[in-house]
Design a binder for this molecule. Structure first.
Ligand SMILES: CC(C)(COP(=O)(O)OP(=O)(O)OC[C@H]1O[C@@H](n2cnc3c(N)ncnc32)[C@H](O)[C@@H]1OP(=O)(O)O)[C@@H](O)C(=O)NCCC(=O)NCCS
Length: 177
């Protein structure tokens, strides 16, 4: 496994490690109740709140339990959202997907494009075999997004009183007997 944080490029986007410099831009997403309603983290009020989340993401990468990219639209280097993997279980070759975009950037296909790159990286470089998205039932945008990316609803899961639709995509490797 690489020691360097990966840098992924798609047709319109750059995905790179989230840094403290992104805090102000990310507040557009992390500070918006309309974005955070189903995200599973409290709404950030200040840049310092965002720093705390970034610290957590850096710790996750240090421990190799996850990785979180800032999404930027070429040619600018301004973060419009986050995408990544967490709860990485090395023994079971699986991880959970997380993503969000500032509201002004919804409806352009950016997340679909970003996730395609992250999924490919997860399957090919991290050798994952099963990716999971936990989506709250009323979060229709996300359910649509993951369905478009070949995630299938496998059931419901109750985590501490919050009900999620469990959506799963397995790698080609896993599907071949
Ligand atoms: C999840 C989230 C990132 C999805 O955003 P999104 O804009 O719906 O997703 P995409 O960026 O992939 O864009 C897809 C939309 O852009 C449209 N689109 C426009 N141009 C496009 C292009 N070139 N390529 C693909 N789609 C395009 C698609 O038709 C689609 O619109 P539709 O849903 O009305 O059909 C966003 O809703 C969000 O941040 N939600 C809050 C956080 C959250 O809930 N995260 C998930 C927790 S599990």
């Amino acid at each position: 496994m690489h020691l360097l944080f990966p840098h992924l490029t798609t047709e319109r986007l750059q995905l790179r490690e989230v840094t403290y410099h992104d805090a102000r831009a990310l507040l557009d997403a992390l500070g918006d109740i309309n974005v955070m309603r189903h995200f599973g983290a409290p709404v950030c009020r200040t840049k310092e709140d965002v720093y705390e989340l970034i610290d957590l993401y850096h710790t996750n990468w240090g421990e190799r339990t996850g990785l979180r990219f800032s999404i930027t639209v070429k040619p600018r280097d301004r973060a419009i959202g986050l995408v990544g993997l967490h709860s990485w279980n090395h023994a079971l070759h699986q991880a959970d997907v997380a993503c969000l975009l500032a509201r002004a950037h919804w409806g352009h296909g950016y997340m679909q494009e970003a996730l395609q790159a992250v999924i490919q990286y997860g399957f090919e470089q991290m050798k994952l075999e099963r990716l999971r998205a936990l989506v709250e039932p009323p979060n229709l945008n996300s359910r649509k997004l993951f369905a478009r990316l070949d995630f299938h609803e496998v059931g419901r899961l109750n985590d501490g009183g919050v009900v999620y639709v469990e959506m799963v995509r397995t790698s080609e490797r896993k599907r071949v007997p």
